[in-house]
Design a protein around this ligand. Structure first.
Ligand code: IVH
Length: 691
């Protein structure tokens, strides 16, 4: 006993620290998951940490904190916004019934434990029916119907209040907006119904393909895509994405029906999308059969699922069991295990990115995982390789869970040959041979040869021409590769020295491609200073920082003259960013590139008329043609840029519309009507960009 109390004394402070650290970590993960839609921890890891925290907190009641993540559900409302009625353009609404989450289980044993608790809570009642449903992997939504009409659609938010996204929800064809007249087999016209908003796999794939083409970051999984989509402010864009929804929970006062299942049936009779996979079970065996069946069959479903939800069917029994602070006692989730496979590591290769960061990649014996062939997986960095204790020729476990990207989660040491050597991270750049550097506090090794290392050079050029930077058409990654091989491109200034005749003479190019590129280059000379600054590719200077910097320093010369300390006065610019800017702008090679860009005619200072006024023409390619009444042709071109659109000189299938004045050329007119490109008048155009 004495020994134990001694041990307790030692353990006490560290458990307190562990509690505080876990709370912080889990809060951060909640934020990543619900607000940023970009989880960095797997669900399983999250649950394990949550369990550990629950266990520690129950041992230390003196450390109880109502703000602990064990006491509330995750929130998709950015913190600090709690009191405001509008968050990100949506009205915040208090839930009529708190929107809880479910406790997760991973084994048959845990399901049996839950059932035992259910029986105990029901004080010996044995007639317990369990409804098994699929656990859809999307976002929960609460639909409010009043007098037969959909009036609100509220996201979970923090469980107490959420955002009303009804305008976006109205774009989902399977959600009724007006209900049929009530019958004895339906629900009355006022109630609430909850379910999951999802992006079907086919639409998810289509959107990611488009995002890839537009050089936008890909969605990691349909859940993140659905979450990003619901938060869009333009319902038309939401409609194009093609969301769907499954409903699984009816709430309200004095509703007919004594079981959960019956209420779902009634909802189905009214046209609600209720899954066909729902089963009423009477034993653990039946429940396990359901789970095993769907663990296999879920691959054939059009939407993502990540488990099964078990609910006590009788509403009276549900009421008897009640709730904990976060979850109902009458329901539980069973999470499917991520699919995993063992395969052999053939080699490790190293990729050098635009910023010089070196990423190790595992090349493996190909395996089939969740329907796709996997042969490569990122190894992140040197520390990750160490933590796996990865050796040459190792057998590794590869998992593909909710995330689409496969991960190596462990090695199988039993299958390692005795003489296998540990993987040693390279020390020189695989592309240019420069010795790599690793700054203290950073995980990545970097190639410092910024201006001479091919992938860094090409990466900088790709970034420069990308849509959000200079938006230059006709210079994709392959073309950059080819021009690089030819020795025409080494840095971003070389782009403006490209020669039309030389390009036209290349196989597969010709006059038309050359012309397109040349006019793209010409048009890029109108791109405003803030985007030119972003395009330069200074480390850490993203789109938003570039905008803020350009506002504070309206020309390259003023920016160059600023000291590191002055730069940190700009919002969002910390020590590190300021240091990177000063370093970039005092490097002789960079300065010569900047001077060449200036000489080529790029905007190196703010031109008042070029301020971005709105995004109403975002992504649109517009041809301006003819003679105008109200503004000059150049003024219209400036307006197009200012509202996020792009000026293009010739009509093609990609043209969004033509802004046409008097005397538009007959050739353009004919081409437009042949391709079905819309023609807008001056007045129509001005109405379009009106605030
Ligand atoms: S019932 C009080 N049923 O899983 C019970 N939830 O991890 C409310 N989910 O927040 C939930 N499929 O977003 C229920 N068939 C299903 C579900 C389901 C997916 C989601 C829901 C919930 C989360 C809990």
């Amino acid at each position: 006993m004495q020994q134990l109390s001694l041990f307790d004394d030692i353990e006490q402070p560290s458990e307190r620290e562990e509690i505080l650290a876990l709370r912080k970590e889990l809060e951060e993960q909640n934020y990543n998951y619900y607000v940023l839609s970009a989880p960095v921890m797997s669900d399983r890891e999250f649950d394990e940490k949550m369990h550990r925290l629950e266990e520690l907190e129950s041992r230390h009641p003196e450390l109880f904190d109502p703000k602990s993540p064990t006491q509330h559900v995750g929130s998709d409302i950015p913190s600090g916004n709690g009191q405001t009625a509008i968050s990100d353009g949506f009205e915040q609404v208090q839930h009529r019934y708190p929107m809880l989450s479910l406790a997760n289980t991973y084994s048959e044993e845990e399901i049996r434990d839950w059932l035992r608790r259910v029986y105990k809570g029901l004080e010996g009642q044995t007639n317990v029916e369990i409804v098994c449903e699929l656990k859809f992997d999307g976002l929960s939504i609460s639909l409010w119907y009043e007098r037969g009409r959909l009036v609100r659609a509220v996201t979970r938010g923090d469980g107490v209040r959420g955002d009303d996204v009804v305008q976006n929800i109205r774009t989902i064809p399977t959600i009724p907006q007006v209900l049929p007249a009530p019958t004895p087999d339906t629900l009355p016209p006022t109630f609430e119904i909850r379910g999951e908003v999802l992006l079907p796999w086919t639409n998810f794939d289509r959107i990611n393909r488009q995002r890839e083409a537009d050089e936008e970051p890909l969605f990691a999984n349909p859940r993140n895509a659905a979450s990003g989509t619901l938060k869009l402010l333009n319902p038309e864009t939401v409609r194009e994405r093609g969301l769907d929804a499954y409903l699984y929970y009816v709430l309200g006062e004095n509703l007919p029906g004594t079981t959960h299942y019956e209420r779902l049936e009634r909802a189905r009779n009214m046209g609600f999308h209720i899954s066909d996979a729902i089963r009423v079970c009477h034993s653990v065996e039946e429940v396990m059969d359901y789970i095993h069946y769907w663990d296999e069959q879920r691959k054939t479903l059009p939407v993502a699922t990540d488990g099964v939800v078990l609910k006590v069917n009788s509403l009276a029994q549900q009421e008897m069991l009640g709730y904990t602070a976060k979850t109902p006692r009458w329901a539980i989730a069973f999470k499917f295990a991520a699919e995993k496979q063992l395969t052999r590591l053939n080699s490790v290769s190293y990729q050098v990115g635009r910023t010089g960061a070196v990423t190790p990649v595992a090349n493996m014996e190909p395996i089939l995982l969740s329907g796709t062939i996997v042969k490569r997986a990122t190894l992140n960095n040197e520390d990750f390789i160490r933590s796996l204790d990865l050796h040459e020729g190792d057998f590794v476990w590869v998992e593909k869970g909710g995330e689409i990207i496969p991960k190596i989660t462990a090695v199988e040491p039993a299958k390692r040959s005795a003489d296998a050597r540990p993987i040693a991270f390279i020390r020189t750049c695989p592309e240019c041979g420069a010795p790599l550097v690793r700054t203290e506090g950073e995980a990545a090794w970097r190639c410092p040869n910024e201006s001479g290392c091919p992938p860094q050079q090409k990466g900088k050029i790709e970034h420069f021409v990308s849509r959000k930077a200079m938006n230059i058409d006709g210079l994709g990654a392959e073309t950059i590769d080819l021009f690089y091989e030819k020795g025409w491109l080494r840095n971003i200034a070389d782009i403006y020295d490209l020669r039309r005749e030389e390009i036209a003479a290349l196989p597969g190019f010709g006059d038309k491609s050359a012309e397109r590129l040349m006019s793209g280059l010409e048009e890029s000379k109108q791109v405003p200073w803030s985007r030119v600054l972003f395009a330069m590719g200074i480390r850490f200077v993203g789109e938003t920082t570039a905008k803020k910097l350009a506002k504070a320093y309206p020309s390259i010369d003023l920016l160059r003259a600023a000291s590191q300390e002055e730069l940190t006065q700009v919002e969002d610019v910390g020590e590190e960013i300021a240091k990177a800017i000063v370093a970039h702008l005092s490097n002789a090679e960079n300065l010569s590139v900047i001077e060449r860009l200036r000489a080529a005619g790029l905007q190196m200072e703010t031109n008042e008329t070029q301020e971005r006024l709105s995004d109403s023409l975002d992504g649109k390619s517009i041809v301006v043609s003819g003679v105008f009444r109200l503004h000059s042709r150049d003024e219209y071109k400036t307006m197009i840029e200012a509202h996020g659109g792009k000026n293009v000189s010739s009509v093609s299938a990609k043209t969004s519309f033509i802004l046409a004045g008097e005397n538009m050329g007959p050739a353009k007119l004919e081409k437009a009507s042949k391709l079905g490109v819309q023609i807008l008048s001056e007045d129509e155009f001005l109405a379009m960009i009106e605030p």
